[in-house]
Design a protein around this ligand. Structure first.
Ligand code: 13P
Ligand code: SF4
Length: 327
């Protein structure tokens, strides 16, 4: 316990010394969330990163999140406590190189279904559909954002597509989010075949079992789940959307269809309500790589700095700014 307190105190002391702000995603470990100045979903964290007044941002999240903070705030030093905390979905699309196809994941026994070969790239997709705007989920690398017209998050995908002056849009890389957007717009959606291995594994059987076990619970799902799951949900929204929904709802019990890290805030902010994960194994191992120790080391050694080359950063920022301008 003393060690834990000492670590917390060290982080606070170093944070002051560096004029640093700690941002953490809703999936971070409980103790990392506790030490953070701001905890949120991808959209909130992007907005916050663009508005902060500080010298250093310590980003507790996966690669694309720290990169987005650096794209939006190039004058600040953006630190990422663990170098290999990557989002596999972000590796499923590339601009012009072969992409990484994850055939299987540890603990994930459904074969990934890819529609395009490994060598098929975003540029190939753009050549196939010339002039069709590209809407890129923020779960992508900076160079993919730089090739895109506008970004979106799980919180605003439908709004972003609706804001376009076009009848069609290419939505990359998450096929599940793209299908959810297609279901909620009149526009034609052309989608990529990427997916999140944490959300994609939820099955219709999981929903039936959870509903049977908790007949009075409301089922809230993240749009990275498969469409067949989303169609059975009572509400579909981003991680922070789930927090808002649960707080405002009269219901007392909720089945949560997202990574289990969100349960910490749900329970903390709603002590009178009950939350059940749709599957107990919905764990994003990369999000959990960041620990209090790595945050302290990051502040002490100023590691690992995330920087994006200007020729990528500027067009990537344009795509992020377009998204942030949509209220
Ligand atoms: P949110 O933007 O909803 O927090 O989602 C980010 C993410 O990576 C979901 O897996
Ligand atoms: Fe990526 Fe899925 Fe982890 Fe989110 S939960 S960071 S989409 S792997």
């Amino acid at each position: 316990m003393t060690d834990f307190r000492e670590l917390q105190e060290e982080i606070l002391r170093l944070k002051d010394k560096r004029r640093a702000v700690i941002l953490a995603h809703n999936y971070q470990r409980d103790d990392v969330q506790d030490i953070a100045d701001f905890v949120g979903d991808s959209l909130e964290l992007s907005r916050t990163a663009s508005e902060l007044k500080c010298d250093v941002i310590v980003f507790c999240g996966v690669n694309f999140m720290a990169e987005s903070a650096s794209i939006l705030s190039p004058e600040k030093t953006v630190l990422w406590p663990v170098k290999d905390a990557i989002c596999p979905m972000a590796g499923m699309i590339t601009v012009d190189r072969p992409r990484r196809l994850w055939k299987t994941f540890p603990g994930y026994d459904r074969k990934a279904e890819y529609s395009f070969p490994e060598a098929f790239t975003l540029r190939d997709m753009k050549a196939k559909y010339p002039g069709v705007p590209v809407v890129t989920y923020v779960n992508t690398t900076a160079d993919v954002k730089a090739e895109s017209d506008v970004c979106c998050t799980s919180a605003n995908g439908v709004k972003v597509v609706e804001s376009l002056d076009a009848d069609r849009a290419i939505c990359v890389p998450d096929r599940n989010l793209a299908r959810w957007i297609a279901r909620n717009t009149e526009k034609e959606i052309i989608y990529w075949d990427g997916f999140c291995h944490v959300h994609d594994k939820v099955t219709a059987e999981d929903v039936v079992t959870a509903r049977k076990e908790h007949p009075d619970a409301v089922f809230i799902a993240h749009p990275e789940c498969r469409l067949e799951i989303l169609e059975t949900a009572d509400h579909v929204t981003s991680t922070s959307g789930m927090l808002r929904y649960a707080k405002a709802s009269d219901a007392r019990e909720f089945i949560i269809g997202t990574e289990i890290g969100l349960l910490y805030r749900l329970r903390k902010e709603n002590p009178d309500k009950l939350f059940y994960p749709i599957r107990k194994d919905m764990i994003c191992p990369n999000m959990k790589r960041i620990t209090l120790q790595s945050v302290a080391r990051s502040l002490k050694e100023m590691t690992y700095e995330v920087k994006v080359a200007e020729d990528i950063r500027i067009p990537a920022k344009r795509a992020l700014d377009r998204m942030l301008a949509i209220k």
